[in-house]
Design a protein around this ligand. Structure first.
Ligand code: HEC
Ligand code: HEC
Ligand code: HEC
Ligand code: HEC
Ligand code: HEC
Ligand code: HEC
Ligand code: HEC
Ligand code: HEC
Length: 439
């Protein structure tokens, strides 16, 4: 491994190869740190690791008032937002150097730890998520950089991951800089840049619910300066439910988590989490509503797996008959996956390795992936967010997809394991070449 690192360091040291903003040759972070390099935007997404001050342009050590004077001209939007923020109007103003430092050659971008020096309770709450494991805001960055497909795919394709998963490395995801307005953070729109799209259509599912409809109808008249406490809002929103009473952690109630695999919702730990959910619903509903609701949610997940497992078994059968083409041997191995190099094998379902199912697979495997990862997770969110109609339509999609996969499997079986040379397309194709060159 040290040889690989040495080669990489030499490569990075060649003029023009490294990103010029970083003085040292930067490697990535996480388990595959050797295999990828940060793009310039990384200094925003993971400032603790990658922010380097732009040296050479501006020099000097400035007091807070001097920063304001200059930046009122250079970045007037920032100064206006800051002036409208509590940081400017509170007793002793929190001036620019409190978050950026005062030496213009050594400016920092604030990390959660920087904010935590003055807001220790909020930082501690976010850190507490780690004890609940994945998924969570606090661990979101690790989750991305440790994913094999993150290091495998060209940077252009995975840059988007960081825009969302940087929620772990900076506090300005929900209350944006430099207004830092809790009223903004309380609204569903604060979550939606990240909580949308497959496989997590939290936006669609929430807006399809009675709660979401009430927000759409009346939300513009609610007083968003009020805390997220019982009695302050007629209907719940994302933060009301998931950050109850302003608690800066979103993992202490999650039972099904992402919805991505079957779990036992009735373990001792999950029973405690469910109680927290029931207390949340009880702000507005009699206790029976929550009990009935969670029973229905568990039943929905059960129904989902009743549909998914037979499809999974069908794919495993095709695999054993050698009918998945191109097979794992006929497609480029994941560079990060030693096992895939030594013992190429198609991975099916969560437990055989979810990362391998994203791309570089045969058509029928991809169809199963979409059924499992997109349709089923959307059905979960529909149910979890009290949007029965949405959940039902997703289940219809799942049934349709399952039927299509069965038909495809019949066709593959009839066709049989004909000799077929797929190497020219898969091992040497345009995409594969691009990947090799742009990692
Ligand atoms: C409470 C903390 C805080 C204070 C006070 C603060 N900033 Fe920032 N500033 C941030 C954060 C957070 C970012 C975003 C960093 C990131 O994306 O990782 C930022 C980013 C910036 C940027 C880069 C913007 C960009 O898009 O490239 C500039 C310039 C900046 N701040 C100037 C100022 C000035 C001038 C002041 C004083 C009026 C100020 N900041 C006060 C937290 C603060
Ligand atoms: C004499 C004018 C001047 C003063 C005083 C000044 N700045 Fe700047 N600042 C600039 C200029 C020019 C830039 C670069 C803007 C650009 O690249 O577009 C900049 C950029 C920045 C950035 C963005 C850095 C990055 O890496 O993207 C931050 C943050 C910042 N200043 C904060 C401060 C703080 C904090 C102070 C006070 C300690 C301060 N500035 C004082 C002129 C000034
Ligand atoms: C030097 C101390 C200091 C630092 C550093 C700091 N803050 Fe603050 N912050 C304050 C003070 C003081 C207040 C006002 C508290 C009050 O009114 O009770 C405040 C208020 C806030 C508020 C509430 C604003 C409102 O309108 O009620 C938010 C949100 C906030 N800070 C976020 C942040 C974030 C995010 C960071 C890091 C990027 C940060 N703060 C860094 C001291 C700080
Ligand atoms: C900058 C992007 C971003 C924003 C904004 C954001 N989140 Fe997240 N959230 C994520 C990511 C990424 C994950 C998954 C992290 C992982 O893979 O471990 C996540 C996970 C979650 C989870 C799952 C926790 C679990 O234990 O299952 C909840 C609940 C959640 N967020 C709620 C919210 C709410 C509510 C808001 C708005 C107030 C919000 N998020 C705003 C990116 C964001
Ligand atoms: C639009 C924002 C967004 C983008 C882009 C995004 N994610 Fe996520 N990701 C999320 C959210 C939100 C969740 C959590 C959903 C939930 O808990 O329901 C999540 C969950 C995950 C999980 C599962 C977490 C777990 O612990 O089970 C992994 C792994 C992951 N993302 C990796 C990636 C990778 C790799 C990329 C880029 C290829 C990526 N994400 C792109 C927002 C995003
Ligand atoms: C997932 C979205 C989200 C993230 C990430 C987030 N906040 Fe908040 N923040 C909120 C919401 C929502 C409120 C309003 C809470 C309420 O109504 O009680 C808030 C309010 C605040 C306040 C206002 C006063 C208070 O204590 O209630 C402070 C200070 C604050 N956040 C600091 C931080 C810090 C520090 C971080 C990073 C460790 C952070 N926030 C990250 C959503 C977020
Ligand atoms: C009425 C309360 C409520 C509202 C409003 C709400 N959620 Fe949820 N959300 C839930 C429940 C209940 C679950 C399922 C929890 C479980 O059993 O794991 C859930 C699940 C989730 C999950 C997956 C993690 C998990 O706990 O299973 C994410 C991510 C999420 N919601 C984000 C959001 C976002 C973003 C919004 C706003 C667009 C939102 N939620 C609105 C109650 C709510
Ligand atoms: C802040 C108050 C509030 C909270 C918290 C809340 N709800 Fe609601 N809920 C409402 C309102 C208001 C309605 C619309 C009632 C109406 O007018 O029919 C509603 C409607 C519903 C409906 C639709 C009932 C119907 O008539 O179709 C369900 C189901 C529901 N809520 C479940 C939940 C669950 C489960 C939770 C907790 C995860 C929860 N709610 C939390 C306020 C709340």
């Amino acid at each position: 491994m040290w040889i690989a690192r040495l080669v990489l360091v030499v490569l990075l040291a060649t003029p023009g190869a490294a990103w010029s903003g970083l003085p040292d040759p930067p490697l990535g972070t996480g388990e595959h740190a050797d295999a990828w390099r940060p793009d310039p935007m990384h200094e925003y997404w993971d400032p603790a690791t990658f922010h380097r001050p732009e040296t050479g342009r501006m020099a000097g050590i400035f007091a807070g008032k001097e920063c304001l004077e200059c930046h009122a001209v250079i970045t007037p939007g920032i100064v206006k937002d800051w002036q409208a923020s509590r940081h400017a109007t509170t007793g002793t103003p929190v001036l620019c150097p409190a978050c950026h430092g005062e030496d213009h050659q050594k400016l920092i971008f604030p990390t959660p730890q920087t904010c935590g020096t003055c807001h220790p309770e909020r930082l501690a709450q976010m850190e507490e998520e780690k004890k609940y494991g994945f998924p969570s805001h606090a661990l979101a960055m690790e989750r991305v950089v440790d994913a094999k497909h993150f290091a495998d795919k060209p940077k252009a394709e995975v840059a988007s991951c960081l825009q969302c998963h940087s929620v772990a490395s900076k506090c300005d995801s929900c209350h944006t800089r430099h207004r830092f307005d809790p009223a903004e953070a309380r609204r569903p729109e604060a979550c939606l840049p990240c909580h949308s799209g497959p496989p997590h259509p939290d936006d669609e599912s929430f807006f399809a619910s009675v709660h979401g409809q009430k927000y759409l109808q009346e939300g513009k008249n609610w007083d968003w300066n009020r805390k997220l406490a019982p009695g302050n809002y007629p209907a719940p929103t994302c933060a009301y439910c998931h950050m109850r009473n302003g608690n800066h952690q979103v993992a202490d109630k999650a039972v099904w988590k992402f919805g991505i695999r079957e779990i036992n919702p009735r373990t001792a730990e999950n029973t405690i989490k469910r109680k927290r959910w029931q207390e949340t619903c009880a702000d507005c509903h009699p206790s029976g509503v929550a009990e009935g609701f969670f029973a229905a949610l568990d039943a929905e997940r059960k129904a989902s797996w009743n549909l998914l497992y037979p499809v999974e078994a069908l794919l495993k059968k095709l695999r054993s008959q050698g009918l998945l083409r191109p097979s794992a041997r006929e497609r480029p191995p994941y560079p990060m996956d030693l096992m895939a190099r030594l013992l190429p094998r198609e991975r099916i379902g969560f437990f055989e390795g979810q990362a391998s199912a994203f791309y570089n697979v045969s058509a029928i495997e991809r169809d199963y992936f979409e059924l499992w990862y997109f349709n089923s997770l959307a059905a979960y969110k529909g149910m979890a967010h009290q949007a029965g109609g949405y959940a039902k339509s997703m289940h219809e999609k799942m049934e349709e997809a399952a039927r299509a996969i069965e038909a495809q499997a019949r066709a593959l079986t009839e066709q049989g394991a004909k000799p077929l040379d797929l190497t020219p397309i898969w091992m040497e194709g345009e995409y594969t070449r691009f990947n090799r060159e742009h990692n």
